[in-house]
Each structure stands twice: as C-alpha cells, then as structure tokens.
Design a protein around this ligand. Structure first.
Ligand code: HEM
Ligand code: NAG
Ligand code: NAG
Ligand code: NAG
Ligand code: NAG
Ligand code: NAG
Length: 501
C-alpha cells in the first residue's frame, strides 16, 4: 500500500514537472518556436556594455525584419484587393467549355487585386493612371487569371515596346523625377497611343475609387467549346455601382489628404457589407469575321464595335470578403494572363503573347520559383512532376518524380484538356513585321466626337493641356500634330490652351 502511494506520488510529481514545461499559447516565441526570455532589452555585457552575438533572440527578430520587404511589382506596385465569388447567370457553353461556366448558378471563389500602374508602392491612389483590375478564379480545372484594366484599350500594340514605354513614364535616370519630356517623346513617337490617351486624359483617367469603374481584359483571347470549335473573345466586366470619376482638382487634393483613398473606400464598403459587384460579359468574333474584319482584331488599341459584336452576359462578380492579412493575400498574389484553363486560349494578339512570358517571369523573381505554392496562388488541385527549389511546401511526398513511368500512382493526361486544345493552322515567313500602316486615329476620332460630351471634351483639353504644359515646346508641337489627326477642333483647343501659335 505504502509502495503504491509512493509510486502515485512520484507519478504526480513527474506529471507536474512535465506540464510546467508546456508553453502557453500566448507566450512570445522566436521564429523557431522557443519562448522568448525578455522582450524589452537586448543582451549586453553589464548595463553599459556592448551587445553579444549570442543574443539569438535579437538576431532572430532583426534578421527577419531586415528581409520584410520583397521587391515591389515593376508596374502596378500600389494596390488593394478582396475576395468574393463569380456566379454564372447565362449559359455560354456554346462558345466556351471552361468548367467555371458549365452551369448557370455555379459559383467560383475569386480573388481580385486593383492597382495604379506607374507609381511606387506608397504612391497616391488618385493619380491619373490606368487602374489594374485583375481577377483570379479558383476553378475546378486550375486557376484562371483575368488580368485587366479599367480602360478598354491599351497604349501600344507590340509587347517589345513595353519596357521602353514604362521607362518613359517612370523616373528619369539622372533627376529621378517624372519627366514630361520623356513621356511625350515616347507618346508622340508612337501615334498608336492616341486612342488610349483620349481615355486616360478624360475624366475616366481619375476614377472615384475602385468600385465605380469597369474592367476590361483588353487583349483578345480564344474560347474553345466542347466540340473543339473556337471563337475570339474580349472580356468586359461592368460595374453595377455605375461609373464615377473624380475631377482633376479633387483627385489632386486627395493625393495630399488621403493618398490611400481607393484602398480605404474598398475596405470600408466591404466591411459595412456594401458588397461591390460587376457583370461579366464577352464579345465574340468568329474566325471568318476575324479574316474579314476592317480593323485588326488582335490590336489592343482597338475596340470591337458593340453593334457588330454585342456584349453577351455571362455572370456576376461579387466582392464580399476583405483580406485578413494584406501582405499574405494581396502583396503576394501573383496574377498572370498566362494562367488559363481548358476552354480558354491565347489569340495571336502580340501584346498578350508578350505578357504570357513576362508575368510568370517577374513572379519567379519577385516571389521565388515556388510562388504558386503560396496559399493565395495555390490552385485547388496540383499533381505533376515538379519538385524542390526554395520554399517547397508541397513537394508531393513520395510520389513518382518522372514521366512516363510504370508506377501505380502514375498520372494521366486529361483527355478533355486535349480536346480543348485543338490544332490550328499558321503559315508565314518568320520576320519582324512592324505594324506600319495600321490605323491609329479612326476610333480615337469617334471617341472625341461621339463618346465624349461637350463637358468631357472641355475636361480632356484641360487635362491634356496641364500634362503637356510641363513638356518642351518641341514635344508640345508634336502632340498638337498627333491630336490634329483626331480632330482639328481638338488641336485648335489644345493650341489655345498651350498658348502656341
Ligand atoms: C506587353 C505588355 C505588358 C507587359 C510586358 C506587362 C508586364 C507586367 C508586369 C511585369 C507586371 C507585374 C506583375 C507582378 O509583379 O506580379 C504587370 C502587372 C499588371 N499588368 Fe501588365 N503588362 C503589359 C500590359 C498590360 C495590359 C495590356 C494590361 C491590361 C489588360 C495589364 C494589366 C496589368 C495588371 C492589372 C497588373 C497588376 C496585377 C496585380 O494586381 O498583381 N498589363 N504587368
Ligand atoms: C461549338 O461551336 C460550333 C460552331 O459554332 C457548333 O456547331 C457546336 O454545336 C458547338 N458545340 C457545342 C458543344 O456547343
Ligand atoms: C466619367 O467620365 C466618362 C468619360 O469622360 C463619362 O462618360 C462619364 O459620364 C463620367 N461619369 C461621371 C459620373 O462623371
Ligand atoms: C465582310 O465585311 C463587310 C464589311 O466590313 C460586310 O459587309 C460583309 O458582310 C462581311 N462578309 C462576311 C462574309 O462576313
Ligand atoms: C490513370 O488512368 C487509369 C486508367 O483509366 C486508372 O486506372 C488510374 O487510376 C489513373 N491514375 C490516376 C493517378 O488517377
Ligand atoms: C500608326 O502608328 C504607328 C506607330 O505607333 C506607325 O508604325 C504606323 O505606321 C502608323 N500608321 C499610319 C497609317 O501612319
């Protein structure tokens, strides 16, 4: 009896000793999980002495801090975003077999990132700039990214010019200032920018936050249906809140008073359950229509006229969930037009073709080669033979690492994905064909005369005039000639505004 009591006592002592080692959930720990001994001072030799290399708690903290920033996006560095869903409202399976469109009523989770383009990550939200409006759809057949802007056309039509175009809009190499001469030198050397400039310098160049603007895929894609037939396609996602713009004056004032105006507006709207939504539409063009088109349907400086290629409704995009951790969900999100799913393919649009390479390339650099394993980028299912590299969180266990193989866990190629990747014919002499002779002004002229009202034209001239007033006279004169091709009236008004004879 006595012996048993002693045994029980010893057991209880042991138990208390073990439980006294159990870490409390609220204990501060190092990155490797050990409890921190003291948080308000570093380890020193005496009160006034130097710090010690053996202060591993200090080094753990400081070394992590030293690496907190990742490279900002080379463009679209400042942005905000949210989560939500896409719901199919209309059947488009005759055009597209992508799984997310397969049934009316189906919902797919989405992540969205909005951004400005030219400014650094701390720059003000209300600058005159296109707004990025990019959507990641987490579909059953992989992630589909629709990486669009709030304006329906783009500045240039061949991706080889994109780095130069961006350099001309960012900081001058010696002054490190934004430089009107660089900007207008590039613009006036490439008249293809004209259509986009009419949008950018109209009131739509300063949208009122992210909720009151539309989204456009801009580039031309190819949709494939279940029997392998294709059409070309443009994506539009139109705001159910309507369009709202800021005047140039208010936009400028907000740059000072509330540089995070658009982020704040989006966050607060979702927080107070005013969930913003957009309606997704497609425009489709058959191969025969593309061959017979009076304009180049693969030129992203052009719109497809809606009377010939009407908007076909597809579904609703709703944002109803704020991120809980900005860095994890928004800074680390990687969106790329190259992320397509069965039923969606690229067209020969040269801007799209260039983007297919550029985005994953910059993302491997910005976030590391395993960026697709970061939770916000991770698709619902992945099985393949990719392994290793830094930060490999999903290294696919002990499964076979090569193809083809005879193992029991051997993976199969999807027959459906094969049907949805039909062969297509191309033929031509390999060469660098510039797009000389391409129409640069017809759609811009239509925009000036028929899309803008008189108030819009007045503001366009005011906004263009104020941007051009910082450029040298040589570039002002070149701009006058360029806008003269849009409308003699636009040229005359600008000329008066700039005080040029
Ligand atoms: C050849 C032309 C283009 C090139 C080479 C290019 C390149 C890039 C690069 C390198 C990034 C940074 C990506 C990252 O760090 O994750 C980016 C971001 C972005 N681009 Fe482009 N871009 C081009 C044209 C366009 C066009 C035409 C659009 C609009 C349809 C567009 C919309 C966006 C958006 C929305 C983002 C931000 C994505 C996000 O929120 O993370 N870009 N672009
Ligand atoms: C695919 O498109 C072709 C051409 O328009 C059409 O004949 C065919 O019925 C479509 N297939 C499906 C499954 O809708
Ligand atoms: C925003 O600007 C566009 C283009 O100038 C114009 O069509 C639209 O009516 C404007 N909307 C508002 C609410 O100001
Ligand atoms: C080709 O385009 C012209 C106008 O651009 C149109 O009148 C004609 O009907 C089109 N032909 C076909 C086969 O689509
Ligand atoms: C591949 O296909 C075969 C035959 O249909 C099937 O038995 C096997 O389970 C499939 N493999 C996987 C990993 O699903
Ligand atoms: C349109 O502008 C581009 C440069 O942006 C130029 O290569 C092309 O020749 C121009 N088209 C015409 C008809 O002048």
């Amino acid at each position: 009896m006595m012996f048993t009591m002693i045994k029980l006592y010893a057991f209880l002592v042991l138990l208390t000793a073990i439980s006294s080692y159990a870490q409390q959930a609220s204990d501060i720990t190092t990155g490797f999980g050990a409890p921190v001994s003291y948080k308000d001072a570093s380890l020193t030799v005496g009160r006034g002495g130097p710090m010690l290399l053996e202060d591993t708690e200090f080094i753990d903290e400081m070394a992590h801090f030293d690496r907190e920033r990742i490279p900002e996006r080379v463009v679209h560095a400042k942005g905000g975003g949210a989560f939500g869903y896409f719901e199919v409202t209309n059947d488009i399976t005759r055009y597209c077999a992508a799984s997310l469109f397969s049934r009316v009523g189906d919902r797919t989770r989405i992540a969205v990132r909005f951004s400005t383009v030219a400014g650094e990550s701390g720059s003000p939200d209300t600058a005159r700039d296109p707004r990025g409006f990019a959507i990641k759809f987490y579909t059953q057949e992989g992630n589909w990214d629709l990486v669009g802007n709030n304006l329906p056309v783009f500045f240039i039509r061949d991706s080889i010019l994109f780095p130069s175009f961006i350099h001309s809009q960012k900081r001058h190499p010696s002054t490190f200032l934004h430089d009107a001469d660089m900007q207008w030198d590039f613009f006036t050397s490439r008249p293809e920018v004209t259509h986009m400039l009419l949008y950018l310098f109209s009131d739509r160049g300063t949208p009122d936050g992210f909720r009151f603007m539309h989204g456009f895929g801009v580039n031309t894609f190819k949709l494939i249906n279940a029997t392998g037939h294709h059409v070309y396609c443009k994506f539009h996602y139109l705001s159910n809140q309507g369009l709202r713009n800021l005047t140039a004056k208010v936009a400028r004032q907000l740059q000072v008073d509330d540089p995070d105006y658009s982020l704040r507006d989006l966050y607060n709207a979702i927080k107070s359950k005013k969930y913003p939504s957009w309606t997704l539409y497609i425009q489709v063009m058959t191969e025969a229509q593309a061959l017979n088109s009076s304009f180049n349907p693969f030129d992203d400086t052009k719109l497809w006229p809606e009377d010939v290629y009407p908007l076909i409704p597809v579904g609703r995009l709703v944002l109803n969930e704020n991120p809980t951790n900005y860095f994890q969900d928004i800074e680390q999100i990687a969106l790329s037009p190259s992320r397509m799913v069965p039923g969606i393919k690229p067209s020969p649009d040269r801007m799209l073709q260039g983007r297919l390479f550029s985005y994953p390339d910059t993302q491997r650099y910005r976030l590391g080669p395993n960026f697709l394993q970061i939770p916000v980028n991770c698709p619902l299912h992945v099985r393949n033979y990719q392994r290793d590299g830094p930060m490999s969180y999903n290294n696919q266990g002990d499964s076979t690492v090569y193809h083809p193989n005879s193992a029991a866990d051997s993976l199969n190629v999807s027959e459906r994905a094969g049907v949805l990747s039909p062969a297509y014919f191309v033929n031509g002499d390999v060469s660098k064909y510039d797009n000389g002779g391409e129409d640069n002004f017809s759609q811009a002229a239509n925009h000036y005369q028929n899309v803008l009202d008189e108030g819009g034209r007045v503001n366009l001239v005011k906004n263009l005039g104020s941007a051009l007033s910082s450029a040298s006279e040589m570039y002002q004169r070149r701009a006058l000639d360029m806008f003269g091709n849009v409308s003699p009236d636009l040229k005359a008004r600008l000329q008066r505004k700039l005080g040029l004879q």
